[in-house]
Ligand binder design. Sequence first.
Ligand SMILES: C[S@@+](CC[C@H](N)C(=O)[O-])C[C@H]1O[C@@H](n2cnc3c(N)ncnc32)[C@H](O)[C@@H]1O
Length: 266
Amino acid sequence: MSFGLGHGNPLDPAPGVVAIDHTELPPLPDTIMDDPESGRLDPRSWFANPSNRFELEIGSGKGAFLVQQAELQPDTNFLGIEWAGEFAAYTADRIRRRRENAGTHTNVRVLNSDAAQFLQWRCPDGIIDVLHLYFSDPWPKTKHHKKRVIQHQTLFDIWRCLKPGGELRVVTDHDDLWAWDLAHFDHWASDPDAKPLEVARPKIPVPPARIAAFLDSRETKPYELVGFDKPESAGEGELVGTNFERKVRVEGRSFNAGVLRKIDNA
Ligand SMILES: C[S@@+](CC[C@H](N)C(=O)[O-])C[C@H]1O[C@@H](n2cnc3c(N)ncnc32)[C@H](O)[C@@H]1O
């Protein structure tokens, strides 16, 4: 299905320059099932200044947050991961035009892929400063809940890939998805200053055995749940300033937000 995002003009995602191309992310090796580490590849190497701070957006959609925030933080590298090909191409095309016209946005790139898979199989330990997850697809039908980004496996992979003190920032307009998120956070996070207790939790899958063993082995929870502070990209009356937020805000919807901060590597 085409969303007609180019308005009749072909999108140029600038593969190898803005969009990550297949030479930068080759297929997983045949050894992957026996050696899960063998597919690791450092995404910071995709940027001109790989030692800069590194932030990643899961499901970057049409790219408003990425484009705004990357300009505000030129010393941070931003990677948007978006699995819908046309949205990924649209965002990469926006970034390419800014690079060509203004010489800005050299610190932001786009990967057309499943972010959960990327985190699980590709991303090395301890390299991400902030993960942004804004207005994630709610997948309301029970049989589709397994497609939601927040799962025990994803929370494990995010924890592994974050630097100590690194953050997963979450905003959603969907109350059932937020209740699902909080039910998972109950397993993963202590709760020093957020107050989510009054939200009724749905039944969620139990953590897989390997992850349950990881959680049981720790003296503290892997994260703490803290309040959400707005990024600079948020305009007047906004929480983040994404395309989706701007679309639904006019309908008067309320939003839920929270931050999981990685406690340590122990
Ligand atoms: C409701 S849209 C929100 C987009 C953007 N964050 C915003 O607020 O405007 C959710 C986006 O996440 C993408 N998405 C969902 N699951 C994903 C995954 N596992 N990996 C990458 N992208 C994903 C969808 O294709 C969609 O573009």
